[in-house]
Design a protein around this ligand. Sequence first.
Ligand code: FNR
Length: 181
Amino acid sequence: MKIVGIAGSLRAGSLNRALLRAARELAPEGMEIAIVDLAGVPLYNGDVEAAGDPEGVARLKQAIRAADGVLMATPEYNHGVPGVMKNAVDWLSRPPQGSALGGKPVAIMGASPGITGTARGQSQLRQAFEFTNSYCMPQPELLVFKAHEKFDAEGRLTDETTRQFLGRFLTAFAAWVERFR
Ligand code: FNR
């Protein structure tokens, strides 16, 4: 089972990319998570799209088409989904008929230092997947709150409870993806 992991943050010390690395480590047997970077995805522009997808966008679309599912690790900015993440979804939603996200199983998780653990950001991202006709896993949810206390200086997830939640979340996602294969 091939899963593409996308973190909606560009910074090197991203907690959400660290969460994806932990997911790669804790994935159930048979699930492989390939983490892709959004650094090569420019701001969406219909004129640029009309001239042909930029390389970073084409590579991302190709990776998702070849995968069985997508795992999104989203930060939350100002009670919403960060532009970096939404912009990637906007590119991936094109063309509306036959997009890379159409009919694709998706799971959303997120980490933030605050106490709501990206709840609002995740909600907004979930709405976008209604329009892309993706199959977004309804439950369980994974909200990593006070995330700065749960990773060590090297970005390794050290909080045992969160590691267990993440393991169960990924097992549920594997079953969810299996339903659409
Ligand atoms: C934040 N942060 C934040 N956190 C949160 O829980 N709710 C929020 O609404 C916001 N708003 C917000 C706005 C902006 C512009 C920034 C830069 C940050 C804090 C945010 O969760 C924190 O920086 C995370 O560490 C970002 O995720 P990565 O980059 O660590 O993956």
